[in-house]
Design a protein around this ligand. Structure first.
Ligand SMILES: Cc1ncc(COP(=O)(O)O)c(C=O)c1O
Length: 438
């Protein structure tokens, strides 16, 4: 650092208003448990588990120690045609969290975006391997977020993330489920909206079910502002996929590892997909890592012909990186040993009730809750979508010492699973103070 002066200019921050940030920075330099710390030492309550990641809370000793010890023992191991024990152990540990008993393989990546692109590629290659040569299309959903790779933005449904880019061919989208007229202030799954799953029938008629390789869906759409699936919706999607031999991929990057009080959303909704993507909570946010969980029948389809030839031409230099694998095993051990997933389930009703008490406050037009997730939607200011949200977000940090997440004009909350009732009360009190100001 030249002249010992911190210069904020040279980092191009992701998904950020760089100029505004640099004129009024929001910095945190330490974290423990439920709190971050500002450089001046003041604690910042973490209402978002970092970025939907740190489910075990910050600085958990067991996870920190596992990473430290692994860094000393072996820094890196190549993952192509080579292996190290922790990669295999991490896969086995992860699969214990999967629904049913058919998920028997895990492919590791370094992020949710890579997990999504990996899942899309595996689904397309699988259809070819089993002779469904015409099944090449991928179906996503409006308003979906599947990361920032070309597969992810094309399958996703957020227009600003696609603007300026040449998207991939062979993708289409079903409609989203958000409807304020019918579903506003639903606590848990809305009663209305199962029929929206039938939009997948429209798509299969439009293209032919025999042309579609896979449907990818976030069980609860997170980044677009916490859209909870209506009752029966996901089961109907599953049934339509089955009727047309279409693979169903659940993108559980946000919902994995206890966010809904079950290991994955698949168990919460009792709907079993064919593939699951995850990341974030996999290492409790400590070291970048993502994964795709795959059923045995799919893996087996790739294990044909010469056993000395590569079965999937895909992978990353850092696949199953030793530090990430150590962090993942330790994080998943913590979820199990400390009962954090059950803890989330136990805390959900207090969470939901507390958040719904905000109904009527300021500009709030909808509150959506499920498990330890919440979306609080505010009326956009005239012609300026996102402006109110941004002001609430910066005010939360500067005047309430609270980290929240904003997507458009929706406050999205997803705290670490270790939170206590007092933290929920603090979040709700702060929001009650700042939302009416904007
Ligand atoms: C559902 C979903 N998929 C994929 C991603 C992308 O993950 P990453 O930012 O780790 O690439 C996210 C990130 O929030 C996500 O919510």
């Amino acid at each position: 650092m030249k002249n010992n002066q911190m210069n904020l200019e040279h980092l191009w921050m992701p998904f950020s208003a760089n100029r505004d940030f640099k004129s009024s920075p929001r910095l945190m330099n330490a974290a423990k448990g439920m709190y971050y710390q500002k450089p001046d030492g003041s604690p910042v309550l973490d209402g978002t588990a970092g970025l939907w990641c740190c489910n075990a809370g910050h600085g958990h000793e067991k996870i920190v120690t596992a990473i430290q010890e692994q860094a000393e023992k072996m820094d890196f191991a190549p993952s192509f045609q080579m292996g190290h024990p922790l990669g295999f152990e991490a896969a086995q540990t992860l699969l214990e969290f999967a629904p049913g008993d058919e998920f028997q393989y895990a492919f590791f990546t370094n992020s949710g975006s890579e997990a999504v692109d990996t899942a899309l590629k595996i689904s397309m290659a699988y259809q070819q391997h089993i002779g469904h040569t015409e099944k090449t299309m991928i179906i996503g959903r409006e308003r979906a977020y599947h990361g920032v790779g070309f597969g992810g933005i094309t399958a996703g449904g957020l227009p600003l993330n696609k603007k300026y880019y040449t998207l991939l061919p062979g993708f289409d989208h079903i409609c989203h489920t958000h409807n304020l007229e019918h579903n506003a202030f639903s606590n848990g799954q809305p009663e209305w909206g199962k029929h929206l799953a039938d939009d997948l029938e429209r798509i299969t008629e439009k293209h032919g079910g025999d042309k579609i390789a896979a449907v990818i869906i976030e069980p609860v759409a997170g980044s677009t502002g916490v859209l909870v699936p209506p009752k029966g919706y996901l089961k109907r999607i599953r049934d339509i996929c089955d009727a047309h031999d279409i693979l169903l991929i659940f993108d559980e990057v946000i919902t994995g590892f206890g966010r809904l009080g079950t290991p994955f959303a698949a168990q919460y909704f009792d709907v079993e997909p064919d593939m699951i993507t995850c990341a974030k909570g996999l290492t409790s946010g400590t070291v970048p890592m993502g994964a795709v969980m795959v059923k045995k029948k799919m893996y087996d389809a790739f294990q044909q012909g010469d056993p000395k030839s590569i079965d999937l031409f895909h992978g990353y230099t850092y696949t199953a990186h030793p530090l990430a694998a150590a962090a993942a095993i330790a994080s998943m051990d913590v979820y199990g040993e400390e009962g954090l997933i059950d803890r989330a389930a136990g805390m959900a009703s207090y969470w939901e009730e507390a958040l719904h008490s905000l109904q009527g406050v300021g500009s709030i037009i909808d509150i959506r809750t499920i498990g330890l997730m919440a979306g609080i939607e505010m009326e956009p200011r005239d012609g300026k979508i996102g402006a109110r949200g941004y002001d609430v977000f910066t005010d939360a940090f500067h005047s309430e010492n609270m980290l929240i997440r904003i997507t458009g004009d929706t406050v999205a909350l997803s705290p670490p699973l270790i939170l206590e009732k007092k933290h929920i009360d603090q979040l709700v009190e702060s929001l009650t103070r700042i939302i009416p100001k904007h």
